[in-house]
Design a protein around this ligand. Sequence first.
Ligand code: AMP
Ligand code: SF4
Length: 469
Amino acid sequence: MLAEIKGLNEECGVFGIWGHEKAAEITYYGLHALQHRGQDGAGVVTSDGERLKIHKDLGLVNDVFKNADFQDLQGNAAIGHVRYATQGDGGIDNIQPLLFRSQTGSVALAHNGNIMNAYKLRGELERDGSIFQTTSDTEVLAHLIKRNSTSDYETALMEALRSLVGAYAFLIMKENKLYIATDPRGLRPISIGRLGGAYVVASETCAFDLVGASFEREVIPGELVVIDNNGISSKKFADAEPRTMCAMEYVYFSRPDSNVNRVNVHASRKKMGIELAKESPVEADVVTGVPDSSISAAIGYAEQSGLPYELGLIKNRYVGRTFIQPSQDLREQGVKMKLSPVRGIVEGKRVIMIDDSIVRGTTSKRIVRMLKDAGALEVHVRIASPPITNPCYYGIDMSTKEELIAANYSLYGMAKLIGADSLAYLSEEGLKRAIVREDLPHQGICTACFTGEYPVIEKGQKTIEYTKC
Ligand code: AMP
Ligand code: SF4
């Protein structure tokens, strides 16, 4: 049976570069482009070919590097990480990259995802004598590699990766090599690009655009990419299974200017809106979207329905994401501070309000009330993804089943609870039509939080008591 995750999970972002004299600075810029994936901590590890150096701290990328000495972070290679921490686990120790030093050399790790069998592996490793520095599931990989160290490094690494069950995109850097690995189902996004003669790697392609790099390719499920001064090579550490890229990357997480698994996020969201309008039309005067993640879907809905798309809500861009507030009270206050209705647009109108998803229902409830207080005659809520009825075990902040409103109420019950005149969700088929490109290889999405059909299952898992990223 799958374990129930206690508390909140997290998403994270990784960036790496090999073969550039300004590796640390470029990684710093790359992390800026990935800031939306984690705002609680950031770090960079560089390699000058002989030594690995680290700078990391709690906070936003800008704050973490405000006082960093880039002269000290010399080297032609670097990896970086932005982290979304959870209540009680936000300590500096868990900020990545993690750096391990030994007599045979150093290794730095940066990870996005969740290792489902980390608890079990950690127990085994501790019984074998390992002493862990952090409560992060990422650290397990470093100890597994070390345990296999009678083999050469690459063999040891591939064997270690085969022991992991879960969703992961890993950057692993030694003094003279950068490794990139993704799980056999490719649940988390990771792409490779070029910047002049250098190789870059990032969770999202928007980071390539920011540093002026060009997209080269996606990392294939079960692949270990090796980059060093001789160039790039590829190994298969596990047989690739059918790809199940996280659907929520398209629905909510990734930036609209990113291509995830070669599909543009804005374009897929717009199609979600088009599909939603086909499936669930309603008589109204205007269509509006919840900024920022629902704007693309709202544009699609408006286009398909023939109704005008209007800016019915605006966002105060200096307030962080609602989810970062740890308690329900603070979260509700957060929504109020973050969004304002545009009275001149919604007053006296029947409004279709598009949101990308409903998790606990806090956001929708607040926004419906806001729009009505601003004079909207009717508010019809349309959600550009299916109802989230199951927690995520693959590294995404998706709460427990008890907190998921769609797992506990009927559609009618939810509409009543959020105060909407009507409520409809996109179907799973509609979501797939919007994302999956039949003409491209390695397509396919994970929809487990909507369907409960988990592509990767770890049997007999204990309650997760470590930190994930
Ligand atoms: P809620 O207010 O709990 O229903 O959260 C729904 C809002 O949070 C939606 O407007 C989404 O844009 C956003 N959202 C959806 N999934 C997540 C997530 N896993 N982490 C953070 N925010 C999310
Ligand atoms: Fe993404 Fe949902 Fe699958 Fe988690 S369960 S990986 S959030 S699609």
